[in-house]
Design a protein around this ligand. Structure first.
Ligand SMILES: [Cu+2]
Length: 283
């Protein structure tokens, strides 16, 4: 038994180390090399997602450890050599009641925060800003219906055009820009095939389906750059349609809006350029 308690103590230590390493290696807004856990949270929803993930990890670890201990006891104490005359017991009513009720309690303990999180994700609070994200083969278009209804395309920046510090395969020419600490309601649809609008640090992922309007919401709590990727296999360039969201102060957002309105109000689409790029050698 001493060996078993030492084993469980070691497992708890390893678990705690992994959890802290995961936290240390979680990037804010983008993944980092050797990352173990989820990306660092920048929204109330993602705070809950991270908490729920950690909570489940503890539950799973405890169950696994418990089963491991039972297996060890059976292997050591009830093998043919240690226990030559086995008991012929087939029923134990109190034990059967316990092993029915305890799993029910565990499942309910998991279900309550899980459903709460689902409802919080689905119920959009009163939005401060509504945006429209349209998934296209293979880039995103962002519209600002509250602010003059201008729309622009957001396309991947090729490796050779990256500036220092810009992440490869995540940087785009025109980012989605939103103000910090504001509820942003995102209407999501697809123009051709099913795409998926995903930003890990905001804890959002929703399918972009042609002919249907899905919606999600986030409230970014820290200024900065946040990256995501299309998360539905959508064709050859599926891996080359990142989502980049720049979270700025209210004042910076107003400045950006003024320029963006002028720049994009013509509603010009860059799709033909994109088709030319896709046809270019090396793609
Ligand atoms: Cu896609």
């Amino acid at each position: 038994m001493a060996a078993i308690s030492r084993l469980s103590a070691a497992a708890v230590t390893v678990g705690a180390l992994l959890a802290s390493a995961g936290a240390a290696l979680a990037g804010l807004g983008q993944p980092v090399p050797w990352q173990l856990g989820l990306q660092e949270s920048a929204s109330p929803i993602m705070d809950d997602v991270s908490w729920f993930s950690d909570f489940l990890l503890w539950v799973i670890s405890a169950i696994t450890l418990f089963v491991l201990v039972l297996l060890a006891i059976i292997i050591l104490r009830f093998n043919a050599r240690a226990n030559p005359a086995p008991s012929r017991t087939t029923h134990n009513t109190p034990l059967e009641i316990i092993w029915t009720i305890v799993p029910v309690i565990i499942l309910v303990t998991i279900a309550v925060p899980s459903f709460r999180l689902l409802f919080v994700q689905l119920e959009v609070p009163k939005p401060d800003l509504t945006l429209k994200a349209t998934g296209k083969q293979w880039y995103w278009s962002y519209g600002y219906p509250d602010n003059g209804n201008f729309e622009f395309d957001s396309q991947l920046v090729a490796d050779k055009d990256l500036k220092p510090g810009q992440p490869r395969l995540l940087t785009v020419d025109n980012e989605m820009v939103v103000p910090v600490n504001k509820v942003v309601h995102v209407l999501v649809t697809g123009a051709d095939v099913i795409h998926s609008f995903t930003v890990p640090s905001f804890g959002i992922r929703i399918d972009a389906i042609p002919g249907r309007l899905n919606d999600t919401w986030f409230k970014a709590t820290k200024e900065g750059m946040y990256y995501g990727q299309c998360s539905e296999l959508c064709g050859t360039d599926h891996a080359f349609m990142p989502i980049a969201v720049r979270v700025v102060s209210d004042a910076d957002f107003a400045t950006w809006l003024a320029t963006a309105k002028k720049e994009h109000s013509a509603g010009g689409s860059t799709a033909p350029d994109r088709l030319a790029a896709a046809a270019a050698p090396g793609r």
